[in-house]
Design a protein around this ligand. Structure first.
Ligand code: HEC
Length: 172
């Protein structure tokens, strides 16, 4: 490539770049929110009860069953995953918990735009912590993430469905 063509190419690249930047700059002030709730269509056929029973509890149970130790007849059994595949599996369950926080926050599911949202975000936060711990295969951190998750579930149930708290405790 000779020098002048090279410069021409550079100029063209620069021009298209400035065009893109220009367009971005022009459209910035309008900044329509990415999610326009009036136009968005969410399928919220599943009730919160179904979300809990079919998605959130099964995924969380796998996390809790994969953290710590249990004492049984044969002594202490370590529950943490012992293989890369095992950790990858629990990391995937944690990802479900992360997204479950968003599912609960959808219009049509959220019971208010206040504490409910904070608990929903808390669910996602605990899920992310568990995901990171699983990625790092960090047993102690994974255990703590499980404890954090449990406290979010309990706090939300306490606030929105006190009946469930006792049922929850019994099933443990
Ligand atoms: C944002 C609030 C909130 C969070 C966070 C939350 N729950 Fe719930 N949960 C509810 C509500 C509300 C109900 C009652 C739903 C109904 O029966 O209408 C419920 C019900 C349940 C039920 C009973 C479902 C059934 O079959 O009746 C289970 C099990 C459950 N939750 C598990 C969990 C677990 C496990 C977590 C944490 C990993 C969790 N929930 C986090 C609000 C929450």
């Amino acid at each position: 490539m000779n020098a002048s063509r090279h410069i021409a190419t550079l100029t063209k690249t620069f021009l298209s770049l400035s065009l893109i930047v220009g367009i971005a700059a022009c459209s910035a002030p309008e900044e329509t929110p990415l999610v326009d709730d009036t136009a968005a269509i969410y399928n919220t056929t599943l009730t919160n009860q179904e979300l809990m029973a079919l998605i959130i509890e099964p995924a969380s149970d796998i996390l809790w069953d994969s953290g710590g130790w249990v004492l049984d007849a044969s002594g202490y059994e370590e529950l943490y995953p012992t293989t890369d595949a095992g950790w990858a599996y629990v990391r995937a369950q944690a990802a479900i918990v992360v997204e479950a926080g968003n599912m609960l926050a959808l219009p049509g599911r959220a019971e208010d735009s206040d504490a409910w949202m904070i608990y929903s975000q808390g669910l996602s936060d605990a899920g992310l912590r568990a995901m990171n711990a699983a990625a790092a295969q960090d047993e102690e951190e994974f255990f703590q993430a499980g404890a954090q998750l449990y406290s979010v579930c309990s706090a939300c149930h306490q606030a929105y469905n006190p009946d469930i708290v006792s049922r929850f405790a019994e099933s443990d």
